[in-house]
Design a protein around this ligand. Sequence first.
Ligand code: PEP
Ligand code: MG
Length: 915
Amino acid sequence: MATAVKTKKYVFSFGPNGTDGDASLRDLLGGKGANLAEMTRIGLPVPAGFTIPTTVCTYYYDHDRTYPPELRGLVDAAMTKVEQEMGTTFGDPKNPLLVSCRSGARESMPGMMDTVLNIGLNDTTVRALAEASHNERFAYDSFRRFVQMYGDVVLDMKPKDKEDVDPFEALLDAKKKVAGVQYDSELQAGHLKELVTEFKAAIKKQTGEDFPEDPMDQLWGAISAVFESWMNDRAIVYRRDYGIPSEWGTATSVQAMVFGNLGDDCATGVALTRDVALGTPGMNGDYLINAQGEDVVAGIRRPQRIEESLQSAMPEAYAQLLDIGQKLELHYKDVQDLEFTIQRGKVWMLQTRNAKRTGFAAVRIAVDLVNEGLISKTEALTARRIPADDLNQLLRPIYDPAAKRRAQKEGRLLAQGINAGPGAASGQICLHAADAEEAWRNDPHVELILVRRETSPEDLRGMRVAKGILTAFGGASSHAALVSRQMGKSCVVGCSAMDIDYHAGTVTFDDKVLHAGDFISIDGFTGEVFLEQIEERPSEVIRVLIQKDLKPEQSEIYPRYAQLMSWVDEVRRLGVRTNADEPEQASEAIAFGAEGIGLCRTEHMFFHHIDEFREMILADSLEGREQALAKLLPFQREDFAGLFRAMQGRPVTIRLLDPPLHEFLPQAAQEQQQLAKRLGTSVESIARRVEELEELNPMLGHRGCRVGIVYPEITRMQARAIIEAACQVQQEGVDVRPEIMVPLVGFANEFIDQERIIRQTAAEVFKEQGGAIDFQVGTMIEVPRATVCADQIAAHAEFFSFGTNDLTQTTLGISRDDYAPFITHFRENDIIPNDPFQTIDRDGVGELMRTGVQRGRKSRADLKIGICGEHGGDPQSVMFCHQLGLNYVSCSPYRVPIARLAAAQAVIAEEKTPS
Ligand code: PEP
Ligand code: MG
């Protein structure tokens, strides 16, 4: 929190007469405050206001929730300035100024923190507002919204769980019933006036306090509520998910209100300068005539689409909006997400920010902006534009077209909503976020569609565990839509044909009544909702690259993906290999851009020849083992030859047998009997051997190179199979580059022992065959001792590959197989920032890796070093590997594109912040 004391400027003003902030002050003013200042600076219509910077938020929490003493005076002065600019006065009984108070952190956290609108209204000013606007209904509507919002946000009256009733919503519903109307906008001034009184009584009843009439008290209540909301549960969860440090704090922007609810020449809306689901060009968004901002986002009324009807409804305002959108895209060189209000035909800008987008849209927009000349290729590749993990979405399933057509023919199409987050998702209906969480805790593989009238930030945890989201209300920029897109979930919103009864636990589509637990399928690309499950199919990129049943030119996204990946490869320096044990996996990985195999786990190959393998393990003499190994040799040779053929001259790192042997033996009596029969031996001898091999700590037992050292015949067989296969494939005219890797080495002598066997065996094979091939012998670095003694090991090993799964396990002393029950607790309580088995623990494991790299290269300057633990496909870890100077990362085939992009992003980040 050191920055809190560095700047003493506690208020930054903006308005038609100028501003003392700009976009570069994002850390201080938050995204919202900085962009309000910037829009003012470039001459766009922004109502006057001021921003209290993030430093005040950190001060607030550092000083027992109090403010810097001078802040009060500064806010008073800033309010006077706003009054002068707007020509109205806060609390004035004749011509009152009303303001809003909004949160805004450095990184946008949509819907996570609080906002209060219409501050300044009380029993006196409401009458003045009615007179000034010649619209009593508008004035009382604003007032009742304010009292409600104040109660919810400042006085903390929001429902706390699904059983809680929102007193304001209940009163509003009752009033609509009495008035015989469906929508809030149909209530008359008299009804609204009554509601204000009823709302205030509800506040008094629930909190014991009167609603504050003094506008300045209201303002300070709102400012504190915004700062308090930085520490609410949903903001904390969001920060944890998106790696936002809590030290950043939020800024608070206070701004003069403009009104979208003065009549039919007024509107409010949110616009996107391009489509953020698919990335197609053209302004689009939601608006509501005669309404206030939160109506659009809250999803209470179904909004109209800007691209469909705003031009005809309000041609002049539409032209202004289009012009503003273009100016902003050019200025920010990115797609903008705008909040605007049209007051009596004039557009006012309340916010602009770089729009959140799906992975699809991120790729399309970035590539299109380069092709439009707005940004450079390097800029297109930045993590800010395309978070590497978002490429996952391009590799996401779609519905099998035939299965979908069948569902349509069978009349299973239930309804059509708005397509808010692409992707196919079939799952069981779940009506409450809390139930979704519970179901997920009981079964992490459960597939749920969270079905809600609309979602609110309280639903965040439930949304995270759901496979898809379906809502009855709201538009493409409602909370459900925004959050799902960001999470990369399939999402359909505004499905108004759907009627949800939370108490009965039912969802009704016309005459079809579904219950929680029933299966439905949503298509986030089209907005369709279907009864029951529909078979899913891989993405277009997968179809072009892997299934090859779609031509590149038939796909919208594939050509852009390909263009982007070609830029990626121009920039990155880190190699990307794959972990693969079968030729098919290897071919898929090549299609994704893999440059070699970084890890072939030979034990996986034995699953196809399990009986012979078990015979080898069960043998209690060298002779018996060698007999079984002789049976295994041809299988292994064929498997390796398949890999060499698939890899076409690319390096193939083959690891010798690693896991504890007993893992392969049958534990159940029945299975032991069957095996005894097949091998022609007694069940007693099998049971005895199983017992002999059992270990209390198998991960720290007789595994890795320890097996090959005690049973050198196993290493000999594997080395022979590799070298023979390599010779065979080379004779077929295909280049081969075998790299034989010894697992779990801690002592140089372990490596020396195994290397000797490998090289002797290779020499024998070459002699037998009268030829030779180039090959390397190297080691995994996966126990701490190996990193510390890397210089001794590198004196013999030609390459290293960090096995960060085991290195994490052995460094942290946390079992990789048993950590699930406590890791969530650890993360939620900020004990550790990430799951260390997914993202490298830089301070611990990372430092050991650094030692390994330095010491290894000290004794062998050209030592090739890679990583083949799961971290090799995690963007943050890939960036770290780049920084360490590794030669390559190796990951599962579907993560290869992600690792490639992350590797390019590492170079770009390095160039931006030279060390
Ligand atoms: C590792 O430990 O990181 C590794 C790649 O080996 P395995 O996961 O097979 O133990
Ligand atoms: Mg390992």
